[in-house]
Write a protein that binds this ligand. Structure first.
Ligand code: AMP
Ligand code: FES
Ligand code: ZN
Ligand code: ZN
Length: 318
């Protein structure tokens, strides 16, 4: 940002430049822009109703704390959910950030510990399944988010996925023409038997913007990225999109937002309707296409495996 840059709205000194909006903003008007983007997403895609009972999945990172903060500020009723994944110090510290945010504001935070309640952690699950850690991590999170939302009587599950996350997943799915995943890659998935409504109110904000929201609002968040996700494909897609964005600002937002507006409706008819085939997992009652759901199978495999320290997984990935 050039020294002496002025806020587009009030002409006071700017604190951030947003080339995508071709403008600079002071702290106050930057926050206003973020609020407007979130309200626009909520209204345009009908993500939330005023009387929704919301559960926000919070990791202790910038995005999930920002979305929780924004929803409370906008007058929604929202509790938090933190899942302790057992990824060494990273998980201990991330839990502290989530707890501190909730305690400082008098908000309710539900906590689930994989090791405490299901007898495994992500490094051990990765070793036991011989797959990348993000695979067991994603499966565990999805299952526990759904279960916590349904058990708690919540009508909406919110995650902090931002524009960079969604554009990166979209690029990955497009590179492989994963039609079924593409058809589901929406800011809102409606509730259906055994699954809560899931929404992503931050998809119009980039990760630089959610980080700036936290800094301006004085929210302490865990800056470190997950130590065992380093080098995964998702991060590569983000870097590719950032290189394109540097050449042509606005291209990342156009890629994702135009997909949702123009392409996703064309794919809707191609979504495999697996509802017919779904039945209840014999062990936990969750919807599944087999006898036992993927989560219960993961628990069985991972909890029977000798505990694996996080350092071993990190070494193994280098
Ligand atoms: P990730 O899958 O790490 O990209 O995170 C995507 C979203 O999932 C975050 O913005 C959070 O809303 C949620 N999330 C990630 N990790 C956790 C966690 N340990 N506990 C609760 N929510 C989480
Ligand atoms: Fe899931 Fe790192 S947070 S693998
Ligand atoms: Zn201003
Ligand atoms: Zn199950």
């Amino acid at each position: 940002m050039n020294p002496g840059s002025k806020c587009r709205t009030c002409r006071q000194p700017a604190i951030i430049d947003l080339p995508r909006h071709n403008a600079n903003f002071c702290a106050e008007h930057f926050l206003e822009l973020c609020r407007r983007q979130v309200i626009k997403a909520i209204e345009h895609w009908k993500l939330l109703e005023r009387d929704d009972k919301i559960l926000v999945a919070v990791s202790g990172g910038k995005d999930s704390l920002a979305v929780w903060d924004l929803l409370i500020e906008l007058g929604y009723q929202a509790d938090g959910l933190y899942v302790g994944l057992g990824i060494g110090d990273y998980s201990d510290v991330s839990g502290d950030y989530a707890r501190r945010f909730a305690a400082d504001r008098g908000l309710k935070l539900i906590e689930i510990s994989l090791r405490g309640e299901y007898g495994y952690d992500i490094p051990t699950a990765a070793k036991a399944t011989r797959r990348v850690p993000c695979s067991a991590c994603g499966l565990s999170k999805r299952h526990l988010f759904d279960k916590a939302a349904l058990d708690g009587g919540y009508t909406a599950l919110v995650t902090g996925h931002n524009l960079d996350d969604e554009a990166a997943v979209l690029l990955g799915n497009t590179m492989r023409w994963e039609i079924d995943y593409l058809a589901r890659q929406l800011p809102k998935l409606e509730a259906r038997d055994g699954f809560p409504k899931k929404v992503k109110p931050l998809v119009r904000l980039t990760e630089r913007e959610t980080a700036a929201w936290c800094v301006v609002r004085g929210i302490d968040y865990l800056v470190d990225e997950c130590p065992i996700a380093a080098g995964n494909k998702h991060l590569g897609y983000k870097a590719t999109l950032n290189a394109m964005e540097a050449e042509s600002s606005g291209s990342k937002a156009a890629f994702y937002l135009n997909f949702v507006e123009r392409m996703a409706p064309l794919l809707a008819g191609h979504l495999k309707d697996d509802r017919e085939a779904l039945r209840e997992c014999e062990q936990c009652g969750s919807p599944t296409s087999g006898d036992v759901c993927a989560f219960c199978r993961l628990v069985a495999t991972a909890s029977a495996h000798e505990r694996v320290p996080v350092e071993l997984i990190m070494r193994g990935r280098r």
